[in-house]
Design a protein around this ligand. Structure first.
Ligand code: NAP
Length: 498
């Protein structure tokens, strides 16, 4: 097995698959895809908790160039996404590039040879001309360090490390967290648990979910007339763009629209929860869009069940068989489920140490110089690095819009490299600074800075209080800019001949 490759991609989720498809389109076949898990699919391989489904309708949450006519529902269940990832890998013959169980521990740029050295957890070193990090935004589980957790004798599950043999039937269960994951899991757990206590720190905005099984004749229509599915995608994507992107980014101009979305969520809650004090406890006091809203018809009704309690007091500590809240009240439990999300800013930016030119370490640089990346993909002093999960890279609409824009960017950049007969690229300080200035200006009208987000505890914000995750552009603008960036935004060099 060769330990040098033209391209190393870290991560075999939809980002890594998309990048590999683009490199293959460019005629580059010497690709290694290193994946720490034992199979491909990223999020959709790792997550398999009960109730898992997409929360962006499947006609939109998929590659536009690979529509799947056979989604069983408008919001497909998680296992269908995993099957879709496998189908993509098979169709584009990507599996032969993949090495599973291979966790990357670090990468360093060698400027004299103009190549990356990539070290894996077992100490092996590989080299490559181009390094692509596709490690996801939500891939390092956040496990809070509750006092007394070591003394707890029941079982503890994080949603991103679900044990399929875990049976909640007849158990006293606690779920900590009320993010998008918990919104899916809570109704499932409520159905079977003897008693479920939900520990909520911050309520979430939940809007109605228009979901239904896609009838077989419609699936056949989508298969026979792809234009029909494209039209469905266009309609859904446009609606989502209004709700998730326009209303959030243009809060200053579209405040009424934002308030209408919050009103819709409140009416949804009112229709499903008769008790006023319970409704108050479930109502966010921050603006819609400060943190990612979610869609569900079964979340609120779960709290109306006799076997479900909403606990809003802060968690004090755990002891052998209970969670004890601040005022000393105990909730006896058998199973504790942590739906506590992911360490986005602490351990995902980047997911492992990446050392560029002049010994600069990416994570440290981001933390001292502000989080930034040109068009959310390249960074000055990190030649030949394509960092897919960078600040300002996420399109807000769907991860697939993000990756397709990045594929376009990679295509344009590599065609230019080829035209110049060059092999090394590096974004210029000026282009990067201009882009950072542009996103900073654009964000000034967003709900993040114009709205009331103080109490939202949103993972969109980093520790410096900057909302540095979403790219503040409409989806169309993002896609256009990814395909038309000025070619002199990059400096190009030839590799040494020795
Ligand atoms: P999340 O949104 O970060 O939610 C984590 C929850 O845990 C929050 O309610 C948080 O409360 C709570 N929490 C964390 N630490 C805590 C502590 N020490 N004490 C008490 N509560 C604590 O994570 P997530 O629900 O896993 O969702 C993450 C993202 O994954 C979503 O926004 C969405 O983008 C994605 N997702 C997508 C799908 C899909 O179908 N496509 C499904 C699920 C998730 P605070 O809010 O107070 O911090």
């Amino acid at each position: 097995m060769s330990l040098h490759h033209e391209v190393i991609i870290v991560g075999a989720g939809f980002g890594g698959l998309g990048a590999a498809i683009e490199f293959r389109r460019l005629g580059i076949d010497d690709i290694a895809i290193l994946e720490r898990e034992d199979d491909l699919g990223g999020t959709w391989h790792v997550n398999h908790y009960p109730g898992l489904a997409v929360d962006i309708a499947s006609v939109t949450y998929s590659y536009s160039f690979e529509p799947n006519p056979y989604w069983s529902r408008l919001f497909a269940p998680g296992p269908e996404l995993k099957r879709y990832a496998t189908h993509i890998a098979d169709k584009y013959d990507l599996k032969r590039h993949m090495e599973f169980g291979t966790a990357v521990a670090g990468a360093e740029w060698d400027d004299s040879r103009q190549r990356w050295t990539v070290r894996t957890a077992d100490g092996t070193e590989r080299t490559c001309r181009y390094l692509v990090t596709a490690t996801g935004f939500l891939s390092q589980p956040h496990i809070p360090d509750f006092p007394g957790v070591d003394t707890f004798t029941g079982s503890i599950l994080h949603t991103a490390a679900w044990d399929d043999s875990a049976d909640l039937t007849g158990k006293r269960v606690a779920i900590i967290g009320t993010g998008a994951t918990a919104v899916q899991l809570i109704p499932e757990a409520a159905r079977v648990a003897k008693h479920l206590t939900v520990f909520q720190r911050t309520p979430i905005w939940v809007v109605p979910k228009v979901d239904f099984a896609i009838p077989k004749p419609v699936q056949r229509l989508f298969a026979r007339v792809p234009l029909a599915q494209r039209a469905a995608r266009l309609v859904n994507t446009s609606l989502l763009e209004m709700l998730m992107v326009f209303g959030v980014l243009h809060f200053r101009q579209a405040r009424l629209g934002n308030m209408a979305a919050a009103m819709l969520a409140k009416m949804h809650l009112r229709a499903q929860v008769p008790d006023a004090s319970l409704r108050r406890a479930l109502t966010p006091d921050y603006d819609f869009g400060c943190k990612r809203p979610t869609f569900s018809n079964s979340y609120f009704p779960a709290f109306v069940r006799d076997n479900v309690t909403l606990e809003t007091s802060g968690i004090g500590h755990l002891d052998t068989g209970a969670i004890v809240v601040g005022d000393g009240r105990r909730t006896e439990i058998d199973t504790l489920i942590l739906a506590t999300g992911f360490d986005l800013w602490d351990s995902n930016f980047p997911a492992f140490p990446v050392v560029g030119r002049d010994g600069v370490e990416l994570g440290q640089w981001w933390r001292t110089e502000r989080f930034q990346a040109y068009q959310g993909i390249t960074v000055p002093r990190f030649p030949n690095l394509l960092s897919l999960n960078s600040p300002y890279s996420y399109s807000g609409l769907s991860y697939f819009t993000t990756i397709e824009g990045q594929m376009t960017h990679i295509g344009r950049l590599f065609e230019e490299l080829r035209r110049r007969g060059a092999s090394t690229f590096e974004v210029t300080e000026q282009a990067n600074a201009d882009f950072l200035g542009e996103v900073t200006d654009n964000l000034a009208s967003s709900v993040f800075y114009r709205g009331n987000c103080a109490s939202s505890r949103s993972y969109y914000f980093n520790h410096q209080g900057e909302a540095a995750l979403l790219r503040p552009n409409s989806t169309l603008t993002t896609l256009r800019k990814m395909g038309n960036f000025p070619l002199d935004a990059y400096a190009y060099r030839n590799a040494p001949t020795v």
